[in-house]
Write a protein that binds this ligand. Structure first.
Ligand code: GLU
Length: 262
């Protein structure tokens, strides 16, 4: 199977932006094992800005664009250093691909990205993708910027024809209400179609450093489902869940990709 796994900042880093070592080590171990099992993996990793904030000892997520760019440039190095070191312990080779909206908007540039990805996968490499936040400076919603990694991960899944997209978040899945606020919020195990009611459930982002939230996850699900790729939202605090997710067992919320011809 070809699996795209997206890891959010809140999964990778502590609240102040320093690396959550135990969490990341656990994740890398499971991902390495899945690769040893024969799965093709692609990682879409956030955390550049968050880790840059930690490394530069900034008081919080930068409000101004140049500091955001600087934090991303510093943090992306830290991120890849960490992945290279940890995956290297399991004999896996990582590659860094930094994209902007332009790289996937124009067909010839998208094809170049796909060519690089396919070749990396053939070579047994684990591609690690992020938005190029040091140069992608438009505000969220502008065409030249993707803006957040839920959508980026879905675009990557679409580009490479992935079988499965997993969004690892700080929440177990999609709930019938905000579980932080409502005691009787229930997890929705499976979604075959994204209804207007479902969209109304999408709340705010949960962390101060990341930019995601349920709304962006539904946007990602729209893209994934349309190209026949299942998408699962699961809790990144428990990386071993990835074994069950890859085996098709019920974990978190699974959005069913539309079967071809259906
Ligand atoms: N590209 C951003 C980063 O690495 C993350 C975007 C997101 O949180 O979705 O910090």
């Amino acid at each position: 199977m070809r699996i795209v796994v997206k890891i959010g900042t809140s999964t990778l880093a502590h609240a102040a932006g320093r690396l959550n070592i135990r969490r990341v080590e656990g994740l890398v171990k499971v991902l390495s094992d899945l690769k040893n099992q024969g799965e093709q993996l692609i990682l879409v990793s956030s955390g550049a800005i968050g880790m840059g904030v930690g490394k530069l000892n900034l008081p919080g997520r930068p409000a101004d664009m140049p500091t955001k760019q600087a934090a991303a440039a510093v943090g992306q190095c830290e991120l890849m250093y960490t992945y290279d070191k940890l995956f290297g312990e399991y004999n896996h080779t990582v590659a860094q691909l930094l994209l902007t909206g332009e790289d996937v908007r124009f067909p010839h540039r998208r094809q170049n990205f796909v060519n690089a990805m396919e070749r990396l996968l053939e070579l047994g490499v684990l591609p690690v993708v992020n938005e190029n936040d040091a140069v992608a400076t438009d505000e969220v919603g502008e065409a030249t910027t993707i803006g957040e990694n839920d959508t980026l991960a879905a675009i990557v899944a679409e580009c490479v024809g992935a079988d499965l997209l997993v969004l690892l978040s700080d929440i177990d899945g999609l709930y019938t209400a905000d579980p932080h606020r409502s005691a009787d919020a229930a997890l929705i195990p499976e979604v075959g179609e994204i209804t207007a009611e479902l969209r109304a459930l999408a709340g705010d982002p949960g962390s101060a450093l990341g930019t995601g939230g349920m709304a962006t996850k539904l946007k990602a699900a729209d893209i994934a489902m349309a190209c026949g790729c299942d998408m699962v939202i699961a809790n990144g605090q428990r990386p071993e869940l990835l074994y069950d997710i890859a085996a098709g067992l019920p974990v978190g919320t699974r959005f069913l990709g539309r079967r071809k011809g259906a």
